[in-house]
Design a protein around this ligand. Structure first.
Ligand code: ADP
Ligand code: PEP
Ligand code: MN
Length: 530
């Protein structure tokens, strides 16, 4: 296979026109001229995505054939038959024949041994710009010998038909590993494209012994890389951009014998209520030419941005090349990690802001993938709900969690990595009563973990979770380290902690057959209260 033109011919795709590998400036001009986008004060490109302002996880389907039958974990991945995919593909091609399209030949993966050449074909110029920011650009030389290995076609104006295509609605994300093709239709949320590349790498890399991870990574000149696992909204992007560390990437990485590597070349940050003070590096990107601002509210006349407004979406986003962050790595690669952090936004206010995990506890929490969803803007809803998304990335993990878990466990042991659980969620009570953990406090605790100083402080054992929690950390209010003491009613804390422990135990049942006694013994134990 080869680059855009050859691959489209090989796939039998005809488009009205195809603009191949256009650069940022040309895509900008076209996106504005065609009415897809507007320019904000400072130069960022502002777009609105309409109905879909986040991923449509339930509209994602993987083709179930003789191979994927055995390699995909179907409990966690919705399936589509090869015949349904073919019907979708036929209709997709008929639709594409009437469209002016853009394409980019890019790499997913900064490690030269493991990178995947992909061609991303999009209906929107701004989607082409987005994916050019997010993935890794080939050099001129690499482009001349480019051989695509996977094609992603994103056509928001296509409407899927559940009766014919085996999907659920007019929106579809169809992944076909045999045909090396992903089709996206009926949604404009740009995150679908980048998470499709992630899904592909998550499927392919374990076969090469590489651990793919939904995490951010940063390092320093001391070669002390840190991995930050976490579900959406837990702080991967926010916390990895830190003035005192070198950013490797904010969302998707691989871990091999060569070290850690970014799958991407850009970041995709949440813009809602972004604070210039707590997140200065990310804030600066909103005022730069090149940044794609998705569903950020802008005044039509002054072109001032209103980052606090959720009028278009709670999940407003900014996409920018990693160079937009001052202390970012351009190679996207670093050495073996010293620390591994699992981020959770515990809205129940039960988890401590930091805890030290044994390797077995780390495996337990990796397979559990706990965070909590909060009501957000919905009226009248005050209760948070627990979410367990395995490997901290359930919607992007085609294989059985034990495959990822076993790889991770081996790597943690081989490189002697210290593991931590960090709650960026609520303190002083649950969502609705307490407050979100201050970013400053989380950063101070993380810095103490990463510079090694946290290994020398006094710890207590958490009665419910069994992990070790520091009693005091220089520069941090000792009270927040013990969540129970921050609640007005400690008995209410105990009750809620027991309830959360039960939810963990219930969720973990499906993994019990795949883990050893030490991992099973890492389950939280509801504390017996008098
Ligand atoms: N203590 C904290 N740590 C990290 N993020 C926090 C914290 N408190 C509030 N936030 C907010 O939570 C959100 C975290 O989102 P983000 O970093 O994009 O997560 P992810 O990349 O994991 O999806 C940001 O909007 C950030 O401002
Ligand atoms: C882009 C996404 O990732 P995250 O929220 O983890 O940054 C997403 O989930 O759509
Ligand atoms: Mn992120």
């Amino acid at each position: 296979m080869s680059d855009t033109v050859a691959i489209l011919a090989e796939l039998g795709v005809q488009t009205k026109s195809i603009k191949k590998n256009w650069n940022e400036a040309r895509l900008y001009e076209t996106a504005v001229a065609s009415g897809e986008a507007r320019v904000a004060k400072g130069g960022a490109l502002v777009v609105e995505t309409g109905q879909h302002t986040g991923r449509s996880a339930k509209d994602k389907f993987t083709v179930r054939d003789a191979t994927t039958e055995k390699t995909v974990w179907w409990d966690n991945n919705a399936s589509m038959t090869p015949e349904q995919f073919d019907a979708l593909w036929t209709d997709f091609k008929a639709h594409l024949a009437k469209q002016d399209m853009y394409s980019q030949d890019l790499f997913g993966g900064a490690d030269l041994d493991y990178r995947l050449p992909v061609t991303v074909v999009t209906e929107f110029a701004w989607h082409s710009l987005f994916i050019r920011h997010l993935l890794r650009l080939p050099t001129t030389d690499e482009l001349s010998g480019f051989k695509t290995e996977f094609t992603i076609i994103n056509c928001p104006s296509f409407r899927a038909d559940p009766a014919k295509h085996g999907c659920r609605s007019e929106t579809v994300i169809a992944v076909n590993f045999a045909k090396r093709l992903v089709l996206i239709g009926g949604t404009s949320y740009a995150g679908e494209t980048k998470k499709s590349v992630f899904t592909i790498l998550n499927y392919l890399l374990p076969n090469q012994g590489v651990m793919p991870m939904h995490c951010s990574v940063n390092t320093s000149d001391k070669d002390d890389a840190a991995i930050f696992f976490g579900l959406s909204g837990t702080g991967k992007t926010t916390l990895s951009a830190d003035a005192s560390r070198t950013l490797i990437g904010d969302d998707e990485h691989g871990w091999s014998e060569n070290g850690l590597f970014n799958f991407e070349g850009g970041c995709y940050a949440k813009m809602i209520k972004l604070s210039a003070e707590a997140e200065p590096e990310i804030f600066a990107t909103t005022k730069q030419w090149g940044t794609v601002l998705e569903n950020v509210v802008m005044d039509a006349t002054t072109r001032e941005l209103d980052l606090d407004s959720a009028a278009l979406a709670e999940n407003s986003r900014g996409a920018y090349p990693i160079e937009a962050i001052p202390n970012a790595s351009l190679t996207g690669r670093c050495g073996q990690p010293k620390n591994l952090i699992m981020l959770t936004a515990d809205a129940y206010g039960i988890m401590p802001p930091i805890a030290k995990l044994t390797p077995a506890q780390a495996m337990y929490h990796f397979l559990s993938g706990y965070t909590a969803r909060v009501a957000g803007t919905e009226k009248g809803v005050t209760e948070p709900s627990a979410t367990f998304s395995t490997c901290f990335g359930g919607p992007f993990m085609p294989r059985h969690p034990s495959e990822y878990g076993n790889l991770l466990r081996e790597l943690i042991a081989r490189y002697n990595v210290d593991c931590w659980l960090v709650s960026t969620g609520w303190t002083g009570g649950p969502y609705g009563q307490g407050n979100r953990m201050p970013i400053k406090a989380t950063r101070a605790l993380l810095n103490a973990a990463l510079d090694g100083s946290l290994n020398t402080v006094e710890f207590r054992k958490d009665e419910t979770f069994g992990f070790l929690v520091p009693v005091s950390v220089p520069g941090v209010d000792a009270k927040i380290l013990d969540p129970r003491s921050t609640w007005a009613d400690p008995a209410a804390y105990d009750k809620q902690a027991a309830k959360l422990a039960e939810e963990f135990v219930e969720n973990f049942k499906k993994f019990e057959a795949y883990v050893d006694e030490a991992v099973k013994a890492s389950a939280p134990k509801p504390k017996v209260t008098a």
